[in-house]
Design a protein around this ligand. Sequence first.
Ligand SMILES: O=C(O)C(=O)C[C@]1(C(=O)O)C=C[C@@H](O)C=C1
Length: 318
Amino acid sequence: MTDASADPSETYAYLGPAGTFTEAALKQVPEAQGKTWLSVNNVGEALAEVVAGRATAAMIAIENSVEGGVTAAQDALATIPGLRIVGEYLVKVNFVLVAKPGTKLDDVKVVNAHPVAYAQSRGWLERNLPDHGHIPAASNVYAATSLFDADSNADAAVAPPGIVDQLDVEVLARDIGDNPNAVTRFVLVSTSKAIPPRTGADKTSLIVELPDDEAGSLLAMLEQFSTRGVNLSLIQSRPIGDALGRYRFVVDLEGHVEDERVADALLGLRRFSPRVLFLGSYHRADHREIEYHSKYDDEIFIEARDWLRGILSGEPEA
Ligand SMILES: O=C(O)C(=O)C[C@]1(C(=O)O)C=C[C@@H](O)C=C1
């Protein structure tokens, strides 16, 4: 769904419709409040709006504490050129099973659910509805709204608890998520090359490809981080897609590209990797200050560089 009248400098695309967890993430972005919000049907559409310049930024789910990386989002960021992550947001997720009024749990044979939501409530569904079928939905809210479609084959939907304020549905079961502490991580994506300022509580996202058929190249990649005291918060392999056995790595690391230890690790990576895609440095949603050993302080890297510069320029050694 696109709104041709939306002002491009003021538009934020998100997986809708209103009531999704993605919308809850967008509510956390101060600069998006009072602007045009564009509800779209999937991550690809949200990013396409940004690339085409019809949206300033898109909010997309990127990782879930139960299900792991949202692969559609990771693959889109790896393949669509020119995108940058400019912010990170966390939303606690939990789910209810809803149906049209009058439906009993025993009547439920087919369940509508977004694939990521389905994966997070699979345990409950298998225990309580062992024979159910699953119809994938574009979002958690669409899962519930489509129960009312004339051609719908589903009897119930997995949806956010707030759905009861939007639709005339009955809650058949609450808290059906398999993990009561489930959290989804969202990122705000734009084409702006301006890197958000370093705060000391930052994260950097990369896509890294490794040289073909070279023993130890994965270890060599990890060494770039470990020898500079850079901690990784996510590493996931994704197929490049052009041939069997070819993978790229999605990497999130603790720190900002302006941190000397991070910049040095990126230079190390760039020297041996055929492709390093910088997806952005941005403030961590949990605001946690990055801890690292003082031997990786900026000053240590700067002193070492000055020392070498001195040698090259013929200065007497101290
Ligand atoms: O934003 C929503 O409500 C969605 O339907 C999307 C989405 C996702 O893509 O991961 C968001 C959070 C939940 O983890 C499950 C689904």
